[in-house]
Design a protein around this ligand. Sequence first.
Ligand code: SF4
Length: 299
Amino acid sequence: MRWSFSAYGTFRRCQRQWFYKQVFASALANDPNRREAHRLSKLESVQAWRGKIVDTVISETIIPCISAKQSCTVSDAKRRADDLFTSQKSQRIVPNGAVTFFEVEYGLPLTIDVFDKALTDIHTALDNFFEAEQVLKILQSAKSLVPQRALSFKHGVASVRVVPDLITFQNGQAPAVLDWKVNTYPMRDYWLQLVTGAIAVTRCNPHRDWPSGATQYNTNEVTLLEVQLLSGDVRIHTASEYDIHEAEDFISISATEMELAGDGKDSKNLHPKDYPVTSEPRTCQMCQFRKLCWEVACE
Ligand code: SF4
């Protein structure tokens, strides 16, 4: 059972949506519905897209400059963001393209105000990143910075996958795990994601480009930082023994729940109708698979 926070988040919202995304969608399948599910799985809302632009600029522009001890000003970062914004927007407003906005696919209005707000949020997030002195200090003193690295470890039936926004390795100190968020309304369970990141960084096989001794530390020694880029808040979390057990229990219970939902059948023999639909209509409003799901409901 492949387990990640986002997969379980989808499963909790709607089991059928999870099935479409994690099991059914396939770019190479003969079944046209499975290929369509793959195309729909790539749709993203303007709100999600603006967060990805911030992630890309931090990971691919700012962090490499810090690593190479080169200058990168907030203006440089905003210029890069503006270029991405313009080029990606023109690709995504085309209906039925390889990547399309969710709003275009489902006929929702995309006004100039929507895009102005998205660009303002991107600039605010980058301003706040450069003003987060506590974070910049950790980055500038690190021996090695590893952005957006997929980590995995086994826990019971679950093969857990976590992608921290950044792992930093300091000389003679335990690593730090950082996640930044571009959320207007921050959720409360980010500590759980960060603790899972700390478990992953101390339990996975060390990656080739990590400094020697990188995984010799205990999970509770890892520094955890949540950076809320729209508000500018930096929250430090701890991974106490209690927190680590909480995270492990959460993974075990949720992975078992996901496993049981398949009723022991091989995934090849499962159909969307085998999974219940959400009872929350608002979940359907923002669901990428609505077209397919509602067709199935009419069969
Ligand atoms: S349309 Fe609604 S019920 Fe169907 S998969 Fe999406 S969220 Fe679930």
